[in-house]
Design a protein around this ligand. Structure first.
Ligand code: SAH
Length: 224
């Protein structure tokens, strides 16, 4: 998979150099290219924002640098082009799994009040939100999407079982995990987990998943 990111702050993506995603990048399991939108500005001061027509607070990102950057990076429209936006479809595991099947993704990160609508109309395939709150820029949402999607790219996760069993993949939240020591601050690991009886362990985990989901996310059980 190749992911192109269009941003005014490419240096923020250093966060993806660590941990699992960093190792996957070193192993060339995917390609991540960050493009600075400012490099494409035709303005003599490399300006990328301006005041909104119709008035109001804040600045709007101008269409020219973004449009030219998209045309340069993805001239044949091979990529699924996504604008990270609070107005978009809310990201969930189904969207993540679908996007993980794409060979090319292009993520546009907005700033200030957002981007000129014409660039969305001309160049963007879909808008994705990471939740019902407003952030100052699209970089953290883009990194969230990249991290979630890459976990489904072959060999990125050490153990391919991990995505099959975790929260949301069964439509439920995941059961609790325990590791050593067996007793910690007076709290013991549930007996069933050290019983060695895998049938009982599976049953306990399933019950715990249902119970946790019922308690904190009953909406996920609707229609089940
Ligand atoms: N004025 C806009 C908010 C702009 S926030 C509005 O009210 O809808 C600036 C940028 O941050 C956006 O262009 C977008 O790229 C990003 N952003 C903010 N919140 C986001 C969210 N919940 N999901 C995805 N991107 C978000």
């Amino acid at each position: 998979m190749r992911i192109d990111v269009l941003t005014l702050f490419p240096e923020m993506f250093i966060a993806l150099d660590s941990s699992l995603i960093g190792r996957a990048r070193e192993k060339a399991l995917f390609e991540l290219c960050c493009h600075n939108i400012r490099d494409y500005s035709c303005d003599k001061h490399k300006k990328c924002d301006d005041t909104p027509f119709g008035g109001g607070a804040g600045m709007v990102m101008t269409p020219q640098p973004i449009h030219d950057c998209i045309q340069a990076v993805d001239p044949q429209h091979k990529a699924k082009r996504i604008y990270m936006s609070p107005r978009g479809k809310k990201l969930n595991q189904d969207i993540v799994v679908n996007l993980s099947k794409c060979d090319n993704l292009l993520l546009l990160c907005g700033h200030y009040e957002g981007v000129d609508q014409r660039v969305i109309d001309l160049d963007i395939d879909m808008e994705i939100s990471v939740g019902d709150y407003v952030l100052s820029g699209g970089e953290l949402p883009a990194m969230t999407l990249i991290d979630a999607v890459l976990r489904y790219v072959p060999n990125v996760l050490g153990n391919s079982q991990s995505t099959a069993e975790e929260s949301f993949s069964s439509g439920l939240l995941e059961y609790p995990h325990y590791t050593r020591p067996q007793e910690f601050c007076g709290l013991c690991v549930p007996d069933v987990l050290i019983s060695g009886n895998h049938k009982n362990i599976d049953k306990w985990r399933r019950e715990q998943s249902l119970e946790i989901t019922r308690r904190v996310r009953a909406d996920l059980l609707e229609g089940k």
